[in-house]
Design a protein around this ligand. Structure first.
Ligand SMILES: *Cc1c(COP(=O)(O)O)cnc(C)c1O
Length: 401
């Protein structure tokens, strides 16, 4: 028994920060099976319910029949299948860019892209609420890291100014943000961010993990909704959320993608994702971009509207993420446990995923939810979370922190 490990685990438990895995025995969906019972699921990022759709199940089987299960090697050795290239061409068309590059996950995308572009002479400036993958990637790059308060354009402007003053004209300055923030569900002021980065000659990376599939024409994300495809240097995303599959990608200019093929270590030194998965993801992008995607987005919107109507909240976020700010870590855990007791799965999100003292229930809606499930949820929430409307609005009103 290693005492230092044991002490560390006890420390986590004492702070209410101990994490445990939960076993799911069924496909993803609005109702999932745990070992001892079924539970209504309001915690998945499968916003359109595609992960267990008939179309994608069939596509995965067809992909396996065509390509087998493994890629055999990294993309630069002999693992670059036609299925990967078709996925990348489909993603580039979808995101309105010249090219795209697929990775084994969104996390691996961030870890590959940022250090490929920035080194110790450079500056990476991140929104404070950026996803852990982006923060880890910035650290790995060795660049000077600057953080601006969430969505705070004036602070960002000052950081851009000082980056230009302190560092020479040859340094790269990369600004990193998300289009829809994963834990708060609010949007970044993308047009202003584009204008600022253009003014200071900085590059902009926008992670659309929670925007794609949900927002924009054909579900192409918030960047497309604002018509900014040509003005965002790097559009990053994941295939694992609304697209229902697995993997990550970045869409950019042809030369940017060429540089990443040459330099992104998580791309170069990792076996290519299974080509069957790339085949399935290509079908997922096509579904999301066509009428079936429009119908699913309409259903998701209707479900969100139903939730907000029942919960009497007046400042709904544009996306499918509804954070209920509880504050205290232990109280958030208790609220989550009480909901689970009543048959609803809504995990508590705590430090270090969010700041200390802003523990929350992170509830996500999907096109797959039925009205009765939403009604049931809200009636239990009204019981368990006092001031439910305020808990939702606190997050929406948080503004620049
Ligand atoms: C989920 C997520 C990722 C990581 O994507 P995976 O494909 O799950 O590794 C990256 N960025 C954001 C904002 C995310 O929410």
């Amino acid at each position: 028994m290693d005492l230092s490990i044991q002490n560390e685990l006890e420390g986590l438990a004492d702070a209410g920060l101990y994490r445990r895995l939960r076993t799911v025995c069924s496909p993803q969906g609005s109702l999932i099976r745990l070992p001892d019972r079924e539970i209504i699921n309001f915690s998945s990022n499968d916003y359109l319910g595609l992960s267990n759709s008939d179309e994608l199940r069939a596509a995965m089987i067809e992909g396996v029949q065509r390509y087998g299960v493994g890629a055999g090697a990294s993309r630069l050795v002999c693992g670059n299948h036609a299925a990967h290239e078709e996925l990348e061409q489909t993603l580039a068309r979808f995101k309105g860019t010249e090219a795209a590059l697929a990775f084994s996950s969104g996390y691996a995308t961030a870890l590959g892209v940022i250090p490929a572009l920035c080194g110790k002479e450079d500056v990476v400036i991140l929104d404070k609420l950026s996803h852990a993958s982006l923060i880890d990637a910035a650290r790995l790059s060795g660049a000077t890291i600057r953080i601006f308060p969430h969505n705070h354009l004036e602070k960002l402007r000052r950081l851009l100014e000082s980056a230009r003053e302190k560092h020479g004209a040859g340094t790269r300055v990369l600004v990193v943000t998300e289009s829809i923030f994963s834990m708060d569900g609010d949007a970044a002021p993308l047009l202003e961010l584009v204008q600022l980065t253009e003014q200071y000659g900085a590059m902009l990376l926008v992670d659309e993990a929670h925007g794609v599939g949900v927002l924009g024409p054909q579900g192409r994300g918030l960047i497309a909704e604002l018509g900014l495809e040509k003005r965002v240097a790097l559009q990053m995303g994941t295939l694992s959320k609304a697209l229902g599959v697995s993997g990550g990608y970045v869409a950019a200019s042809r030369e940017m993608i060429e540089l990443l093929i040459n330099k992104a270590r998580s791309f170069i030194y990792s076996t290519a994702p299974p080509p069957a998965l790339a085949f399935t993801a290509t079908q997922a992008v096509k579904i999301v971009a066509l009428e079936p995607g429009d119908a699913l987005r309409k259903q998701l919107r209707a479900n969100l509207a139903a939730f907000h109507r029942l919960a009497k909240t007046t400042h709904p976020n544009p996306a499918a993420i509804v954070p209920l700010i509880i504050g205290d870590e232990a109280a958030a855990m208790q609220a989550s446990a009480a909901l689970q007791e009543r048959g609803y799965l809504i995990p508590a999100i705590r430090f270090p995923t969010v700041a200390k003292g802003t523990a929350r229930l992170r509830l996500t809606l999907s096109a797959a939810h039925e009205t009765g499930q939403i009604e049931g949820l809200v009636s239990h929430l009204l019981d368990i979370v006092p001031e439910l409307g305020a808990a939702v609005e606190e997050a929406a009103e948080e503004g620049p922190a």
